[in-house]
Design a protein around this ligand. Structure first.
Ligand code: FE2
Length: 323
C-alpha cells in the first residue's frame, strides 16, 4: 500500500471498530510485514532506525527542569501504589505517535505495532530520570508492552482488572524491583476508558488482597483522567484496569505502556532489553508479534489477527535463519 492511500484510509476511517475484533484481515500480509519499507511508507512521520543509533539526542525530563518532584512522587507511590505526573512530555512527539496508531488501526493492524517505530521507544528513553528515581541506575526493559486504541464507537474497553505481576515487585516498602509506565496519546477520560486503580492503601484495609473485581468496594475505585503529556506509573502488584468507553465519548483512548525492572535483581523475563538500544527491525517485529499470544487473555482477539501475528513470528524466524 502506498503512503497516500494509507493516509487517505486513516482520514476517512473516523475510528473503526476495536482493532483486534474487526474481523478484517490486516491489510499487510505477514510476509510483507518483514519489509521495513512497508512500515516506513505507512507512517512516514515516524522512523525505524534498525540498529543504527538515532540521529537526534533524546531530551530527558529532569527534576531540575520542573519535570517532576521525586520526593512527592515517592511518597504517594509507596502509599497509594501509583503516581501520575501531568505535562511532562512534549505534545508534538506524542501527536506523531497518535496519528501512527490511527493509521495502523485504519489498515486493520493492531496498535501495538507502533513499537516498530523509534519514537515509541523514545518516549520511555526520555523518562530515564524518572525510571532512575524509582529503579536505580541499572534499568532494563521487560519485553512486556502494549498499545491501545479504545474505540467509543465499538463498545471499546481497556484491559479488565488485573495486576501486572503476581510475584514480588518490591522489597519491603522501600525498594522497587519492577515498575509499569503508562502514557496517554489522546485525552483519557472516564468517558473513553481512562485508567482506574484500587489504591494500595485502601486495599491494605481489606481482609485479604482482592482476587476478583467484585471484592472491590465501589467507593475505593479511582478513575485517573490524563492528557497527552502525562505519565502514570504503578507498582506491578497494584490492582488496576481500563474503563469501558461511552458511545458518546468524543475520541478514542489511545495509550502506550511498557514495563521496566531494576537490572540489579534477577531477570523477571527470559529476555531483558536495553533502554537505549531498541531491538533491530526484525527483532522488534517478532517481539511485538509475540505479545499477541501472551495477552490474548487480556484482550479479545479474533482468530485472523492471532494467526497473522503467529505468521509474522514465523516469517521473522525464517529470515533470521537465512541470514
Ligand atoms: Fe496492567
Amino acid at each position: 500500500m502506498d503512503q497516500v492511500s494509507a493516509l487517505a484510509i486513516a482520514e476517512s476511517a473516523a475510528y473503526r471498530p476495536a482493532i483486534l475484533n474487526t474481523g478484517h484481515f490486516p491489510m499487510i500480509t505477514a510476509q510483507n510485514a518483514t519489509d521495513i519499507q512497508v512500515w516506513q511508507k505507512l507512517n512516514p512521520q515516524l522512523s525505524i532506525s534498525n540498529g543504527v543509533s538515532p540521529g537526534t539526542e533524546i531530551a530527558e525530563i529532569g527534576a531540575d527542569k520542573a519535570g517532576f518532584d521525586g520526593g512527592a512522587l515517592s511518597e504517594r507511590f509507596w502509599d497509594e501504589g501509583y503516581f501520575l505526573i501531568h505535562d511532562v512530555l512534549a505534545a508534538g512527539e506524542l501527536e506523531k505517535l497518535r496519528s501512527g496508531i490511527e493509521v495502523l488501526v485504519a489498515n486493520g493492524l493492531p496498535p501495538a505495532l507502533i513499537y516498530l517505530y523509534d519514537e515509541a521507544w523514545d518516549v520511555f528513553r526520555r523518562l530515564r530520570p524518572l525510571l532512575t528515581h524509582f529503579l536505580g541506575d541499572r534499568i532494563a526493559l521487560l519485553p512486556h508492552f502494549w498499545a491501545w486504541h479504545v474505540d467509543p464507537d465499538a463498545d471499546g474497553s481497556g484491559w479488565p482488572p488485573h495486576r501486572d505481576y503476581q510475584g514480588e515487585s518490591t522489597i519491603g516498602d522501600e525498594m522497587l524491583i519492577s515498575l509499569s509506565l503508562w502514557v496517554p496519546l489522546s485525552n483519557a477520560t472516564p468517558e473513553n476508558g481512562c485508567m482506574h486503580v484500587l489504591p494500595r492503601n485502601f486495599e491494605k484495609g481489606y481482609p485479604a488482597p482482592v482476587s476478583e473485581p467484585g471484592e472491590v468496594r465501589l467507593q475505593d475505585i479511582r478513575a485517573l483522567p490524563a492528557k497527552p503529556g502525562a505519565v502514570m506509573g504503578w507498582r506491578q502488584d497494584l490492582y488496576h484496569w481500563g474503563g469501558r468507553a461511552s458511545p458518546y465519548a468524543f475520541e478514542p483512548r489511545i495509550s502506550l505502556s511498557l514495563e521496566f525492572q531494576n537490572a540489579a535483581f534477577d531477570p523477571l523475563a527470559d529476555q531483558l532489553l536495553g533502554l537505549d538500544h531498541p531491538p533491530v527491525f526484525l527483532d522488534r517485529l517478532a517481539l511485538i508479534a509475540k505479545q499477541f499470544e501472551k495477552y490474548r487473555h487480556m484482550q479479545s482477539m479474533d482468530a485472523e489477527t492471532l494467526k497473522w501475528a503467529n505468521d509474522v513470528v514465523d516469517a521473522c524466524a525464517t529470515i533470521n535463519h537465512m541470514q
